[in-house]
Design a protein around this ligand. Structure first.
Ligand SMILES: NC(=O)C1=CN([C@@H]2O[C@H](COP(=O)(O)OP(=O)(O)OC[C@H]3O[C@@H](n4cnc5c(N)ncnc54)[C@H](OP(=O)(O)O)[C@@H]3O)[C@@H](O)[C@H]2O)C=CC1
Ligand SMILES: O=C(O)[C@@H]1CCC=N1
Length: 269
């Protein structure tokens, strides 16, 4: 593999680029970011200390990381696919864009479709991926090393699982931040300063996440350790259950999955 070329270095592309560069998992293939905007390119060059170019004509053995919005897939493909062929590997992080669409757009059948999440910025992401049968063993091994820089990696045999993973782990950090927002806003309403409210919300979410990972026990068990019978936590959880919040959250995660399933064909929704 000659070079690793990244198209799209926004909210998802940037953490991936940083994780790859920090993880040094890619010594064999330099990372090159394509960014047409001069100011953004300068900023990326300074922040990430890697090559940033205004455009790039793919070489026959380049691997391309695609982190543009789904709606930008076709314009990107039309601008570069004249230079692409069967040895190019596509690693897509785009929600909802299928391997069949990517193969057709980019003229290669070697496609790895992933769904990462933003905690990969600090090496604590989880990436779910699938691959087409044409992906070579060398490309598969190389991609596993790269994705390993982002955090945990799960390979699924069925592509349909990628849209489902989007509803759970791809969108998942936003659900947790939504809880943090509610904790913070309620603390402010109760009279805490904004700074103390921020600390209370942040440390509670971060501490609970770290404990969940460290103990490796069922979250229900950990929740019951906090819930003294007839105590304060029970008052809150009873309120949530009376309003079916657990079920509503699951419906929300399913809505994310359904949106992922329609995103490729209907990106503007
Ligand atoms: N955000 C997240 O948590 C996750 C996102 N994803 C997927 O990642 C992809 C990107 O999402 P996100 O980072 O949030 O979106 P952003 O809009 O933040 O980033 C997309 C970037 O792509 C750039 N871009 C567009 N066209 C080109 C091109 N032809 N060449 C180079 N760069 C280009 C855009 O530049 P400009 O703004 O100048 O157009 C922008 O900087 C999406 O497909 C999304 O589904 C997947 C998992 C999680
Ligand atoms: O909201 C989105 O469409 C993207 C995909 C998963 C997370 N963010």
């Amino acid at each position: 593999m000659a070079n690793l070329i990244m198209y799209g270095c926004g909210h998802m592309g940037f953490p991936i680029a940083k994780a790859i560069l920090d993880g040094r998992g890619n010594e064999a293939s330099p990372l090159i970011i394509v960014e047409a905007d001069r100011e953004k390119a300068d900023l990326l060059r300074r922040t990430l200390a890697c090559d940033v170019v205004a455009s790039h004509r793919p070489a026959p053995d380049d691997a391309l990381i695609l982190a543009v919005k789904p709606v930008d897939t076709r314009p990107l493909a039309d601008s570069i696919n004249h230079a692409m062929g069967p040895d190019n590997l596509i690693v897509s992080v785009m929600a909802g864009v299928t391997t069949a669409e990517l193969s057709e757009c980019f003229r290669t059948r070697q496609v790895i479709r992933t769904i990462p999440n933003t905690p990969c910025l600090i090496g604590q992401g989880i990436t779910v991926f699938c691959r087409t049968p044409e992906v070579t063993g060398a490309h598969h091994a190389h991609t596993l090393r790269l994705l390993g820089c982002l955090g945990q990696v799960v390979e699924v045999p069925e592509e349909a699982m990628i849209d489902k993973a989007t509803g759970i782990s791809g969108s998942g950090p936003a659900y947790v931040f939504y809880l943090a927002e509610a904790l913070r806003d309620c603390a402010v309403e109760m009279g805490f300063s904004r700074s103390d409210a921020w600390s209370l919300a942040t440390e509670t979410v971060a501490g609970a996440g770290a404990l969940l990972r460290a103990r490796q026990e069922d979250p229900t068990t950990l929740r019951h350790e906090v819930m003294t019978p007839k105590g304060t936590t029970a008052a809150a959880i009873d309120h949530l259950e009376r309003h079916h919040v657990g079920r509503i959250m699951q419906e929300a995660f399913q809505a994310s999955w359904q949106r992922a399933a329609s995103l490729g064909t209907n990106p503007l929704g």
